[in-house]
Design a protein around this ligand. Structure first.
Ligand code: NAI
Length: 343
């Protein structure tokens, strides 16, 4: 099987190289992202392997289909960049539903601790032999209330970590899980009570700008916002305004609404055009990492393992355990639940 691999990063090569050899899959690694201009590179390939910022919209899908592509393998969990409806009946879509929820949950806590204990400032100071403690006063997490939005795989692990710190945990989920170790409340109640809010829900029409102009005035004064999920869950301009008005006490962002043209690239020495991002980064109480929450050795191994297994299953005509279709969760007689392909 020949697969065109888009948006290749150096960290992809060891793990995908290993599994490609073991499973006899031929990858052609392209540095460029998939979009309407680059999709011609996939001509003659059986499938494409894509990541979070590749453009898998309807025009791209139509062209891929015309070029003979029959499978899109996402090497990530989120799929908001794929038009599943446009794929239906033409190209199968598979993903990696879980590769290391620990990686993302642990990174979320790392960001929170960095922010509240001012580690980002202390690190730079001591590198310069400045041992002053001025302005480094933090606060205890113990006894504080964390509001978790989305109590799926990552949310649940983050809840466990917060419990370890002695935090009170409240949560909001559209589909509450009675087994989750938290008290479910309404969104408004969560906004009102939480000292820290962490986003672990998918990006959808319903969750778009869940933190935005409407919700920010409802927050507890000084609340810390953590986002390791998807950028557009937060309206970045409204967040900036909330920070300036001292409603939001701090923000830790691993994802950003307009990250596509910025994240994963080295812009040091260049002028960043995005004024909102530049202003956010200039704030002393904002920490930005560039979509790295997933980036652990364990996660990379699992991503390559599941992605190549998905491709292998497709190649031998088997049921696709990790297939996605626009009807997922919406139809009674689900083909996937019957262990058949979605079409
Ligand atoms: P999951 O599917 O296990 O959990 C998502 C949870 O969100 C579910 O409990 C679901 O019921 C809930 N949910 C769905 N719609 C909702 C709504 N409208 N309001 C509130 N909750 C809602 O997903 P998982 O694995 O925990 O991942 C969560 C998100 O983390 C993914 O959607 C992805 O965007 C992001 N992610 C980020 C990574 C990074 O490197 N920064 C890496 C992996 C995932």
């Amino acid at each position: 099987m020949k697969i065109a691999f888009f948006d290749t990063k150096d960290y992809d090569l060891p793990s995908f190289g290993k599994f490609a050899k073991e499973r006899n899959i031929e990858f052609k690694f392209f540095e460029t992202r998939l979009d309407e201009d680059t999709c011609g590179l996939a001509r003659g390939f059986d499938g494409v392997c894509v990541f979070v910022n590749d453009d898998v919209s309807a025009p791209v899908i139509d062209k891929l289909y015309e070029y003979g592509v029959r499978i899109i393998a996402l090497r990530c969990a989120g799929y908001n960049n794929v038009d599943l409806k446009a794929c239906f009946g033409k190209i199968h879509v598979v993903r990696v539903p879980a590769y290391s929820p620990y990686a993302v949950a642990e990174h979320t806590m790392a960001l929170l601790l960095t922010s509240v204990r001012r580690i980002h400032k202390a690190y730079i100071r001591t590198k310069d032999f400045n041992f002053s403690l001025s302005g480094l006063t933090g606060f205890d997490l113990h006894g504080k209330t964390v509001g978790v939005i989305g109590t799926g795989k990552i949310g649940k692990i983050f809840i466990g970590i917060c419990r370890g710190f002695g935090m009170n945990v409240i949560a909001y989920d559209k589909y509450p899980d009675p087994k989750a170790d938290c008290a479910y409340v309404s969104l408004d109640e969560l906004f009102r009570q939480s000292d820290v809010i962490s986003l672990h829900c998918p990006l959808s029409e319903e969750t778009y700008h869940i933190i935005g102009e409407e919700s920010i005035p409802k927050l507890k004064k000084g609340a810390i916002i953590l986002n390791t999920s998807r950028g557009a869950l937060i309206d970045a301009d409204a967040l900036l305004d909330g920070i300036k008005r001292r409603i939001v006490g701090a923000a830790c962002l691993d994802v950003y609404e307009e990250e596509t043209d910025v994240f994963f690239h080295d812009f040091s020495g260049h002028i960043v055009e995005d004024d909102t991002l530049a202003r956010l980064i200039s704030m002393p109480n904002v920490i930005v990492t560039s979509h790295q929450a997933f980036l652990t050795e364990e996660a990379l191994e699992n991503i390559a393992d599941t992605t190549t297994q998905n491709l292998l299953d497709f190649g031998r005509g088997a049921h696709l355990e990790n297939e996605l279709c626009y009807r997922c969760g919406r139809v009674e007689d689900c083909m996937k639940e019957r262990k058949e392909r979605c079409f």
